[in-house]
Ligand binder design. Structure first.
Ligand code: GAP
Length: 469
């Protein structure tokens, strides 16, 4: 899509030229693997390895801290993935959650119309025009075969609830976590005794049968969302929207994403989702271009208004300050857990030359780094050194993920930790046995300092707290 109001026009370029570099590092180091790989994989589904799960958990924790823990006006929720099917009729997803699909008559491949060369800038209205393929002379990008007229393809996954596979038993896997929040609005408000404005935050899986997933974990069919719905008085929606917009971009910057690679883009009126009155994306400069990282939406009273009407339940808010009752409006911040972790991974990537050799570093904010610290013996043949290393690692591990490694020479061990983003390495050597000190090495500056063994943990804890901000 053509950018509307991008907040910056300069292209800083990506942090890494080719996505393949990240895909291969992810596989080699245990961040992300293709799902079901021993059976040839399954398209657009990925698994997180030992380091990937730590990174993604840290991203989710950082989001929860900013959106729930640090806010008096936001509470959390964990709603189910399978909901009453009527929810998706009421929300408009059954009728409107579609992408324009075209099919090649010869190879049978299916494509999203707006991702075909020459059709990238079509408006929603144009994409529904049955003559658009002929008019633009579009052909199959694989074998140049003729393409069908576009049809609306619903992205929701369907399954059956219970032992009978009939239409009455059909349910959906949620395509967004937001609806779980709306249908719980009254329960949460009453039990938490929150007054407007207040928010409900949730992290959880969502599923979309994307026509053209891809770019590694950027667009998947099973993914996680980190969504927050902020319920406000209708005439205050614009004000809160304008507060949440910069706050969400600042969150990525707080955790180290280069501000030059972030920008806002407003959705054109014809591009807006069926529920949105106004929508802005926080975009990131991925190796494959500027793309959506997170959406901020003014959903008006679309969701609560429709759920109130269709369920017959009163979802209004009684405002004791004005003695009025009204359906709250919603300002939504909708981030992808996978897409955020992917962004932090890409943006942290650095290649440097150190003494004539290439050094690869993932310069994560320490709070997001999978391992916070690696404890390394300089001589693995000396039992006293190895014992001290294990004792230190065990003590550190009570408060953070710490790893012991003695499977290579020290230079190689440092490089290995740099490449997975471990902010600090602690080395115990022969001298440590005499003076009770260890060497603490910083990943980014490579500076080394000698510290009393008893001071290693307080030092790392202090640096971690500082990184958290
Ligand atoms: N509740 C609003 C909503 O779902 P969205 O813009 O469709 O809005 C929000 O999605 C965020 O979810 C996106 O910005 C992206 O980070 C993530 N997301 C959406 N589809 C995705 C997919 N197929 N794979 C990975 N992440 C996805």
């Amino acid at each position: 899509m053509t950018a509307v109001n991008p907040s910056t026009t300069e292209d800083p370029g990506p942090s890494v030229a080719s996505l393949d570099t990240i895909v291969s590092l992810s596989k080699r180091r245990g961040f992300i693997f293709p799902s079901s790989e021993i059976y040839g994989g399954i398209n657009a589904v990925w698994d997180y390895g030992p380091l990937g799960v730590e990174l993604k958990n840290n991203v989710k924790r950082a989001w929860w801290r900013a959106m729930v823990q640090e806010r008096e006006d936001i509470v959390g929720l964990d709603a189910s993935i399978i909901m009453a099917p009527q929810v998706w009729v009421t929300s408009g997803h059954v009728a409107n959650f579609t992408d324009p699909l075209v099919e090649c008559a010869t190879c049978r491949r299916r494509f999203r119309l707006d991702e075909l060369p020459g059709a990238e800038n079509l408006t929603n209205t144009e994409m529904q025009d049955p003559t658009v393929v002929d008019r633009l002379g579009l052909k199959c990008p694989v074998d140049a075969g003729p393409l069908s007229a576009p049809r609306r393809f619903n992205l929701m996954f369907k399954t059956y609830m219970g032992p009978v596979e009939e239409e009455a038993a059909q349910v959906y896997l949620r395509p967004e976590t937001a609806q779980g929040i709306y249908v719980n609005f009254r329960n949460v408000r009453e039990t938490s005794r929150k007054k407007l404005p207040f928010g409900i935050a949730q992290i959880g899986k969502a599923f979309r049968n994307e026509i053209s997933p891809g770019n590694f974990v950027f667009r998947m069919r099973e993914f996680e969302q980190m969504e927050m719905q902020y319920f406000v008085k209708p005439d205050e929606a614009a004000r809160f929207f304008n507060e949440w917009k910069p706050r969400r971009k600042a969150w990525y910057e707080r955790y180290g994403v280069n501000p030059a690679r972030l920008r806002f883009r407003q959705h054109r009126p014809d591009e807006l989702a069926h529920y949105a009155k106004e929508a802005w994306d926080v975009e990131y400069r991925f190796p494959f271009g500027w793309k959506e990282l997170e959406g901020i939406h003014n959903r008006g009273d679309w969701d609560l208004g429709r759920h109130q009407k269709e369920s017959g339940e009163n979802l209004e808010y009684f405002d004791p300050a004005t003695n009025e009752s009204y359906v709250p409006w919603i300002v939504e911040t909708s981030a992808g857990g996978d897409r955020a972790a992917f962004t932090f991974l890409i943006d942290a990537y650095r290649e440097e030359e150190v003494r004539g050799e290439k050094r690869v570093v993932l310069a994560f904010n320490p709070d997001l780094a999978p391992y916070k610290v690696a404890v390394l013996p300089l001589l693995k043949k000396r039992d006293e050194i190895v014992e001290k290393c294990h004792a230190l690692r065990d003590d550190l591990a009570k408060d953070m993920l710490a790893v012991y490694d003695d499977t290579a020479a020290i230079g190689k061990l440092y490089r290995r930790q740099d490449e997975i983003g471990t902010p600090w390495c602690v080395t115990i050597d022969v001298e440590s046995l005499e003076d009770g000190k260890a060497t603490v090495r910083d990943r980014d500056s490579m500076e080394q300092i000698r510290v009393d063994l008893s001071q290693v943990k307080p030092l790392i804890m202090e640096r971690l707290a500082k990184a958290r901000g």
